[in-house]
Design a protein around this ligand. Structure first.
Ligand code: SF4
Length: 457
């Protein structure tokens, strides 16, 4: 019997896929650790390898006070299937709560299927909610809790206030003992030949790019202490991982602190490899110390080779900054990985071609290139709705977001955008894996694709 059951509804269905970032959810790990520190019992059910039927049965068997289901946009259908299963097995005996990025951005989608939606940062709202439920006090007035009133209108539709920094730095780090290390490590070992798990050192990003989904932390930045971070790294390594993924939006945003973490890794004699997310215009001076501390690869959100599109996105860097950052990383032995997107609202054919020409000029180790999809809760989503490119109620295609389908009325056809993606990937893979032959074929791939794309609608 657990007071609280937390469910992560992601199901790994791509049996043969090489999915990077197949990780347990740190956010729920933080919530579980906080609730346990307060004396509540918590069961965590991760559907990744075991599916949703298993989670529903296990949750029902716990007879909990409350079940929290996390949800990102791609998990929407599974989250709703879980709540239907929970409702039929638990009835009204447990409060069913949705939380995470999508419920925070679009709470009405989860009501009335769930009893309540939790909006914003979770730990302190969970603390207050569980206290109310245990004391049989009303909970609907809590900040961050959103419900429907008897007329079906949303009530309490405000996000939880952000956790103050002085509180954040006292919170326990994620309850890693709840994670299914055996299955995650087996997946990583068989897919990539090593094992990797995430560590959060800071929350949020102050930049506010138009397309970026920041429903939980907003455009803010708060750090865990170096001591907290080191404790969590040591816990992750003790669980048997060889690699760490620093999942901060930008690991070296505060470069002095990034250096402290690198130095502390050295001082403690910790031997592991790690990857992180970076921004091309943020503190390249730390690359050498990062490399010395085990950094192997930095993932940059480059997004476009067109200065015009970069400005539209709210990026404050240029293609020249991109080139310089990647050179700087490579010069100290750090590989560069890149995210690009195409089909941004307002992007012209010449912008697409500029991106297509730009990508092969970068010495990349990894390339992600996808069609833009405006996520609910982002400024981009509001813009495409206001420009009549998407009905605010439209959601049928969300589950396919990330599969290179157009989820809104773009300026170009899906075929054209996909052609650009396939051409960029084909050249990238040819040059990476086919040696001189790839280098010979590469320019022809880009040239012929550009000619075709220029003629497409
Ligand atoms: S895209 Fe990256 S830099 Fe921009 S707001 Fe999001 S996390 Fe920050």
């Amino acid at each position: 019997m657990a007071d609280v059951v937390l469910i992560y509804p992601y199901v790994h269905r791509e049996a043969t896929g090489r999915k990077l970032w197949l990780f347990p959810p740190l956010g729920q790990g933080f919530i579980a650790a906080h609730l346990r520190a307060l004396g509540h019992s918590v069961r965590f059910l991760d559907c990744t390898f075991r599916g949703i039927d298993w989670a529903i049965a296990e949750a029902a068997a716990e007879q909990p006070l409350v079940v929290g289901v996390y949800c990102m946009v791609t998990m929407h259908e599974d989250a709703l299937a879980i709540v239907r299963g929970l409702r039929s097995s638990l009835g009204d005996r447990a409060l069913l709560v949705a939380g995470g990025p999508m419920p925070s951005g679009k709470p009405q989608t989860f009501l009335p299927a769930f009893d309540a939606v939790m909006r914003g940062e979770g730990e302190l709202v969970w603390e207050a909610l569980v206290a109310c439920l245990k004391d049989r006090r009303p909970y609907k007035q809590l900040e961050g809790i959103c419900t429907l009133d008897p007329t079906g209108a949303l009530t309490g539709n405000t996000k939880a206030p952000l956790i103050p920094k002085e509180v954040l730095t006292r919170l326990p780090m994620p309850a890693r003992d709840l994670f299914d290390h055996e299955r995650y490590q087996a997946y990583w070992r068989s897919t990539f030949g090593y094992t990797q798990t995430p560590v959060f050192t800071a929350r949020g990003c102050p930049y506010g790019c138009e397309y970026c989904d920041q429903p939980i932390f907003g455009a803010t930045y708060r750090e865990h202490t170096v001591e907290q971070v080191m404790e969590d790294i040591e816990n992750a390594l003790a669980a048997g991982y060889s690699h760490i993924w620093f999942s901060d939006d930008i690991f070296m945003l505060n470069w002095q602190r990034a250096l402290k973490i690198c130095d502390e890794i050295h001082r403690r004699g910790l031997k592991f490899k790690w990857d992180c997310l970076g921004r091309v215009d943020v503190q390249r001076k730390v690359f050498a110390r990062m490399a010395a501390a085990g950094c192997e690869r930095i993932f940059f959100g480059i997004e476009s080779g067109s200065p015009r599109v970069l400005r539209q996105m709210g990026k404050r860097f240029s293609p020249q900054d991109v080139r310089q950052a990647i050179q700087d990383a490579n010069s100290v032995g750090i590989r560069a990985a890149a995210f690009f997107q195409i089909g941004y609202p307002g992007e012209r054919t010449e912008d697409i071609l500029a991106t297509l020409q730009f990508i092969p000029t970068l010495p990349l180790d990894y390339l992600s290139f996808t069609i833009t999809y405006p996520l609910p809760g982002t400024k981009l989503f509001d813009r495409v709705v206001s420009e009549g490119r998407l009905s605010p109620e439209e959601q049928a295609e969300w589950k396919r977001a990330g599969h290179n389908v157009l989820t809104y009325k773009a300026d170009h056809s899906q075929l054209k955008l996909r052609s650009a993606i396939y051409a960029a990937r084909a050249r990238f893979l040819a040059e990476k894996h086919l040696g001189w032959l790839g280098k010979t074929l590469g320019p022809a791939i880009t040239h012929s694709a550009s000619l075709a794309i220029a003629r497409m609608a």
